[in-house]
Structure formats: C-alpha cells, structure tokens
Design a protein around this ligand. Structure first.
Ligand SMILES: Nc1nc2c(ncn2[C@@H]2O[C@H](COP(=O)(O)OP(=O)(O)OP(=O)(O)O)[C@@H](O)[C@H]2O)c(=O)[nH]1
Ligand SMILES: [Mg+2]
Ligand SMILES: [Zn+2]
Length: 298
C-alpha cells in the first residue's frame, strides 16, 4: 500500500474523525488505537504526524507534546486568548474579563483584551485598568471597521482563541478579519432568551496570512468550572501582583485583606487597580469553596 507521511495540525474533531490540515489540504483521519490505550484524546490544535493511504484517508500517527491546552473549549497549543469585550450591549463585565485572564495566565496562554462596539460607548476607563495590569489591549469597531487591520496583524502564525460573553461581537470581528469565514452572527434568539449561543463547535479557522483562530460559543465562552485554579496559584494568575508576592507581613498571606499585605498596599497607593484586586478576592473565595474531590471527579 502506498502511504505518505505528512505533518499537520488538527483543525477539528467530529465523532472519531480528525480533520488535519497540511500544506493547505485537509485530510480526514482516524486516530491509531494506541492513543486510546494511553488515554490521549487528539484535540483541535494538536500538531500531528499523519500517514495517508492511497484513498486519501489518513491516520494520526503521532501527537507532538502540547505547549498548552484548554479544556473548555478543548483546544491544544493555544498561543493567545483574545478576550472580546463590548463597550455596550452587553456592557463590560470586569469579573468575566478577570476570570478569563486568570484562566489564560494559569495555563500560560497570553491573554489579549479587545474592546469592540466603540461606536456605542467610551471604554477609556477599562483600557486604563487593563493597560495598567500589563495586558495588550486593542480597540476595534465592527460597525466602522476601525482597528481591524491592526488586530489581524497580531494573529499571524499563532493559534488564537476568541472568547467573551455572548453578543460582544466575536463572530462579527472574525468575519471582518477574514470574510471567507462567513460565521453566523447576531442570532441570539429573543424568544428563547439569553444563553442561546450562535457559535457551537470548536474549529480552527485558517487565516490567509498564516495562523489559526477559533471562535468559541458565547456566554463566558471559556468555561471556568472545569478549569479550576488552585487558590494558592491564583496570585500568580494576576500579573501585576508579581512584584509584591513575598513582600507581605505574613508568609501565608492570601492578599484578601490581611494586615501588612504588600498587594493591599499597592492597591491603596493606586498602583494596582481596585477592580482587579476585588475580582481576585471574589475568585479566591470561589476557589476556596472547591473541594479536592470535586477537582478530581470525571
Ligand atoms: N453597534 C455595534 N454592533 C456590533 C458591533 N459588532 C458587532 N455588533 C452586533 O452585535 C451582535 C452580536 O454579534 P456577534 O458577532 O454575533 O457576537 P458573538 O460574540 O459572536 O456572540 P455569540 O456567538 O453568541 O457568543 C450582532 O447583532 C452584531 O451585528 C459594533 O462594533 N457595533
Ligand atoms: Mg458568535
Ligand atoms: Zn498579601
């Protein structure tokens, strides 16, 4: 049998089939039984070696070690999470942003914050918070197309995931970035109420200038529930805390209001934003509630 070996990337997986993109061709592949035996599920984003038979169908033979992975949505080797926030309709929710930045940081994925719908309201107050925290922020407007070219340039040669509340304009933005994507937008059914998502499965879409993007379904998009962070690690998921960790009066300081807390002092001095610290406390309390057995179930 004639077999060709190729290197590629899984762009989606549907009921046991993996679609692997290699040199601009997509091959339908199955995974070798060895992966199941080893408890490995191939994911979108996996860099793989495939063999292609004479019929053009392939087998996933090898999966390269992952540099990162998200559980929900399941994507491997994500370089950046673009957290899309709309200036209005829906208005920005700092707790959603901070939850997503914390998940990203915990997984060593770079969070980037994108403010959309700038035709509807001013976002300066939020830009200030996130710039101060040390994030790259971008301002775009799908109605006017403003800022889209600059954003597109940042996606090149990377695996990027777009996340954020339903209705913030993720799909609209991706359609402007690459019109061929032709993603459905604005179909949140009024009749069925909130929470009905227009975007459903994970698929990596290839950008014409190299790189991939995944549009993820709305609401909080990246599901926190299955991506818990240990409360002890949460401090490291707030990058602006870094210089102060280890400087508190008590070595066991949780930075949630203890006396002599260096992070609390930096908040008082206005160096760290109040809103970020408040959300850190909220997330810390949530993490405290999670028992170890809950983390280990599934
Ligand atoms: N005024 C205004 N409306 C916008 C802008 N961008 C997107 N919209 C509208 O916002 C609505 C929601 O946009 P979508 O792109 O579907 O939002 P989404 O984030 O993909 O939503 P889900 O798929 O449900 O997560 C649509 O009706 C868009 O036309 C903008 O810059 N300004
Ligand atoms: Mg969408
Ligand atoms: Zn402290």
């Amino acid at each position: 049998m004639i077999e060709t070996q190729k290197n590629g990337i899984i762009i989606k997986g549907i009921s046991g089939f993996y679609y692997v993109e290699s040199e601009n061709t997509v091959y339908e592949c199955k995974a070798r039984g060895i992966f199941r035996k080893e408890g490995i599920t191939p994911l979108a984003g996996d860099r793989v070696k495939i063999s292609i038979g004479a019929n053009g169908k392939g087998w996933v033979e090898e999966i390269a070690p992952r540099t990162s992975y998200l559980e929900r949505p399941p994507v491997a080797n994500v370089d950046r999470i673009y957290i899309v926030v709309s200036a209005a309709d829906p208005s920005p929710s700092p707790i959603v942003i901070d939850r997503l930045t914390a998940i990203a940081e915990d997984k060593e994925i770079e969070p980037v914050i994108v403010f959309n719908k700038t035709d509807l309201a001013n976002v300066d107050e939020y830009i200030e918070i996130y710039k101060k925290a040390g994030f790259d922020t971008y301002t775009v407007c799908c109605s006017t197309g403003e800022g889209v070219d600059a954003l597109r340039d940042t996606l090149v040669n990377k695996i990027n995931v777009f996340a954020g509340n339903s209705g913030v304009g993720k799909s609209s933005l991706l359609n402007l970035i690459c019109p061929e994507f032709d993603l459905k937008t604005g179909e949140i059914s009024q009749k069925l109420g909130r929470g009905r998502h227009t975007t459903r499965h994970v698929e990596l879409l290839k950008l014409s200038n190299g790189g991939y993007v995944a549009d993820t379904p709305g609401f909080a998009s990246i599901d926190m529930e299955k991506q818990w962070i240990y409360k002890e690690n949460l401090q490291f998921a707030f990058r602006e805390f870094k210089d102060y960790i280890g400087e508190c009066k008590f070595t066991s300081c949780s930075h949630t209001g203890e006396k002599g807390c260096a992070i609390g002092d930096a908040v008082e001095k206005g160096i760290i934003s109040k809103s970020r610290h408040q959300n850190y406390i909220t997330l810390y309390r949530e993490m405290e509630e999670i028992k170890d057995w809950e983390r280990n179930k599934e």
